[in-house]
Design a protein around this ligand. Structure first.
Ligand code: NAD
Ligand code: UGA
Length: 477
């Protein structure tokens, strides 16, 4: 068995939104460790190694500065997966764990093909004792599968002294605040059975995380805690969104309600911002996985409870789309709409499960011409998400007045020229203080502003002839 002192070389498989930033912070906080992040995606690794750090594949505030400091010193990005595994004492599995798209459990169960292939590679190429760490979010009991693969794959070219410990060390960072979350985590969770390996990992974190924030549990509690944390966070957003709809119909104001309930320490004030529905790569997939596991363990009522969160989140996107169409006299034919924000939240270039995708698609089906602005999302990414090239005219029903199209515009004010409505879908700071008097002159009348994030200060729109709808605001304007 290895001693804590012998840990020098770390490998992270998966150079994505989690692997890249996490290992950058590890490298910064542990200058004596040599860390290599590997990925099978050559293009991604090339971007991580780009001398122009503005081209990194992930945008996170503070990331560029750390990369400049540690890259090619004790942090490396490489496609040499086998060699890196061979030379490492600890291997973090940080690959994507999407929902299965085919077969049993399609749409709900986790697709573990990437984790399995990593485990096989580790089994084949590692040497001596290796600590294998689940960093990806995984279904409960995946550690048992990984352990079985690691142990049974021993044989080809492998010396008898080869041993493994499997730990669960889920990541709780949120995109947009990843660097701060990694530097100052609320807690670090380590689940495992082998005390020596648990302490070896804890020792790495102790370089910057206070001991009282390092929680040690058994493997299954750790795996389940990650799914549960995401399920609780998503549930909280859905709860406040459901009350926002209630406010709109009853005369309440969701900001006042959130403030009033959030002052109760037992409820707390965070994560109570009503919006167009939660997006991001994980909430939906992790709840779907929880639903699948609940069914698997014979708990259909529990499955139904969590599934209702996903249903209500879909309804939120649909109700906002319908509301926009309804306010614009029931049709979007021949109308232009400016979309402000396409990322699933501010301060990220990530669009995975962004509510903007569904809402834009709904508006396009109604015949709209969308002009989309986002400070970080590329046109290429929007094209992938919308399934249609920019400026392509989609003739929905063989009728000339039923054409829809979209384009990206880099300049906010020019994207608003002549539009019938503005829809704010991401809470980027730059949208907070726009000159609404100027915008009012640019738009076609009657003009509507739809603020799905509760971002705008209504007083700034006073003295304009703009109609205004804000999420969770029940007062007629
Ligand atoms: P990602 O898709 O951004 O990155 C995953 C990377 O793994 C990809 O670059 C892919 O090419 C690579 N990969 C897959 N299989 C591989 C293999 N066999 N060998 C080498 N490389 C391989 O994913 P992500 O957002 O970083 O998420 C990773 C995991 O972390 C997921 O389980 C996710 O649920 C979890 N997580 C994500 C976040 C987040 O904010 N994105 C936060 C916490 C936890
Ligand atoms: C979320 C969790 O917050 C992280 O702890 C977790 O590690 C991560 O998922 C993961 O496992 O992937 P993330 O999806 O990056 O992080 O971002 P969040 O800040 O949680 O936002 C998720 C979605 O909820 C966004 O669409 C956001 O706009 C929305 N949201 C968030 C609201 O609508 N209201 C809020 O009050 C907060």
């Amino acid at each position: 068995m290895m001693t804590n002192k012998s840990i020098k070389n770390i490998c992270c498989i998966g150079a994505g939104y989690v692997g890249g930033p996490t290992m950058a912070v590890f490298a910064d906080k542990c200058p004596d460790m040599n860390i290599t992040v590997v990925d099978k995606d050559k293009e991604r690794i090339k971007k991580w190694n780009d001398q122009d750090t503005g081209n990194l594949p992930v945008f996170e505030p503070g990331l560029e500065e750390i990369i400049k400091k540690v890259r090619d010193k004790n942090l490396h990005f490489s496609n040499e997966i086998e060699k890196t595994i061979e030379n490492s004492d600890i291997i973090f599995l940080c690959v994507n764990t999407p929902v299965k798209d085919k077969g049993f459990g399609a749409g709900q169960a986790s697709d573990l093909k990437f984790i399995e292939s990593c485990a096989r590679q580790v089994a084949k190429h590692s040497k001596n004792h290796t600590i294998v760490i689940e960093k990806s979010t995984l279904p409960v009991r995946t550690a048992a599968t990984i352990r079985t693969i690691l142990n049974s794959s021993q044989g080809d070219n492998i010396s008898d002294s080869k041993t493994f410990s499997v730990l669960s060390n889920p990541e709780f960072l949120a995109e947009g605040t990843a660097i701060n979350d990694l530097k100052n985590p609320d807690r670090v969770l380590i689940g495992g059975e082998d005390q020596e390996s648990i302490e070896a990992l804890a020792k790495i974190y102790q370089n910057w995380v206070p001991e009282e924030k390092i929680i040690r549990t058994n493997l299954w509690s750790s795996e389940l805690s990650k799914l549960t944390a995401n399920a609780f966070l998503a549930q909280r957003i859905t709860s406040i969104n459901s009350i926002a709809a209630f406010c709109e119909n009853s005369g309440g104001d969701i900001e006042e309600v959130a403030n009033a309930i959030g002052s109760d320490k037992r409820i707390g004030s965070k994560f109570l911002n009503a919006g167009p529905g939660f997006g991001g790569s994980c909430f939906k997939k992790d709840i779907s996985n929880l639903v699948y596991l609940s069914e698997y363990f014979g708990l259909p009522e529990v499955a139904e409870y969590w599934n209702s969160i996903i249903k209500l989140n879909n309804w939120q996107k649909l109700r906002i789309s319908k509301l926009i169409v309804q306010k614009l006299f029931g049709t979007l034919r021949g109308k232009s709409i400016a979309i402000l924000g396409f990322a699933f939240k501010a301060n990220t270039n990530d669009t995975r499960e962004s509510p903007a995708i569904d809402i834009c698609k709904n508006l396009l089906v109604e015949g709209a011409n969308l002009i989309i602005h986002d400070p970080k999302v590329s046109e290429e990414q929007m094209t992938k998400n919308l399934g249609m090239k920019a400026n392509y005219i989609c003739n929905n029903q063989d009728s000339n007045d039923y054409e829809s199209t979209w384009s990206k515009n880099e300049n906010i004010y020019s994207s608003l020229s002549g539009v019938d409505a503005v829809v704010i879908l991401t809470e980027w700071d730059i949208y907070k203080n726009l000159d609404w008097k100027k915008i009012s002159k640019l738009m076609r009348k009657p003009a509507w502003i739809f603020d799905t994030r509760g971002l705008l200060d209504i007083t700034k729109l006073n003295n304009t002839d703009l109609n205004f709808w804000k999420i969770g605001d029940g007062l007629e304007k």
